[in-house]
Design a protein around this ligand. Structure first.
Ligand code: AMP
Length: 239
């Protein structure tokens, strides 16, 4: 089982890299942000075991840039990772985001005799703010664009299917700052946890390179990981 955790602040490019990894490795992209948004959208029609009040509370947290409770997210991820398409592995995007989530994931992986490889996408904060404020997403296929660095061919339409692009509710500057604050306070300490349990964390600088170049660096790191499993290679890890 290949368990890959894409770790990094909002806007560090986790979603873009996760989609590329998924295509390349044939394992599913598990984005907790996407799953939560999907749950909220479908709560009225399917129920999903979530009351409309609970869905409204979750949506309010997400719109304010705060994190949803560990219990909700851990259960959601556990169910998703138990789906048949995740038997050979998965790419986690946006999870774990707290110490409790990291411990929960480790416990789940322990039960399957495996360990995650953590890819830490490190990006300068000013670049992150510029990226998030320029971000647009296709509501149909999920393709991400950036009006500054990766604009669509036509200003507001997806290149792939012509669907209108939208700005996410939580991509306004005050909410972005809130999300970055939540990252600093609740998520960054997860790196210390990984260091304390000697987990392999590969740092990839994603500040200036185009997504394809960042992806190549990630692939190199994962190949190194395979080599290490085979006892053939050395790594170039950074804490
Ligand atoms: P994302 O799409 O990953 O930027 O996530 C959007 C929002 O969903 C976050 O700002 C949180 O409110 C919520 N969220 C996503 N993943 C998690 C998580 N692992 N734990 C708690 N809240 C999350």
């Amino acid at each position: 089982m290949k368990a890959i955790v894409l770790f990094g602040s909002p806007g560090s490019g986790k979603g873009t890299q996760a989609k590329m990894l998924t295509q390349c490795l044939g394992i599913p992209h598990v984005s907790t942000g996407d799953m939560l948004r999907e749950r909220i959208r479908h709560v009225a029609e399917r129920g999903n075991g979530i009351t409309p009040e609970k869905a409204a509370r979750m949506a309010a947290k997400m719109h304010s840039g705060a994190l949803v409770s560990d219990q909700v997210v851990n259960q959601m991820v556990e169910e998703r990772l138990s789906d048949p398409d995740a038997t050979d592995g998965f790419v986690l995007d946006g999870y774990p985001r707290t110490l409790a989530q990291a411990e929960h994931l480790d416990h789940w992986l322990d039960g399957r005799g495996t360990r995650e490889v953590v890819i830490h996408l490190a990006v300068d904060y000013n670049i992150i703010i510029a990226r998030l404020t320029g971000r647009r997403q296709c509501t149909r296929c999920g393709t991400l664009y950036n009006m500054a660095s990766q604009p669509p061919r036509e200003d507001t339409l997806c290149d792939k299917d012509g669907t209108a692009l939208v700005i996410r509710d939580d991509d306004s500057e005050p909410v972005i700052r809130q999300r970055l604050e939540a990252y600093e306070r609740q998520t960054r300490p997860v790196l210390e946890y990984y260091a304390s349990v000697n987990r392999r964390v590969v740092m990839v600088d994603g500040s200036n390179d185009p997504p394809e170049a960042v992806f190549r660096k990630i692939c190199q790191a994962l190949e190194t990981d395979d080599c290490q499993e085979d006892g053939r290679g050395t790594g170039e890890d950074a804490p």
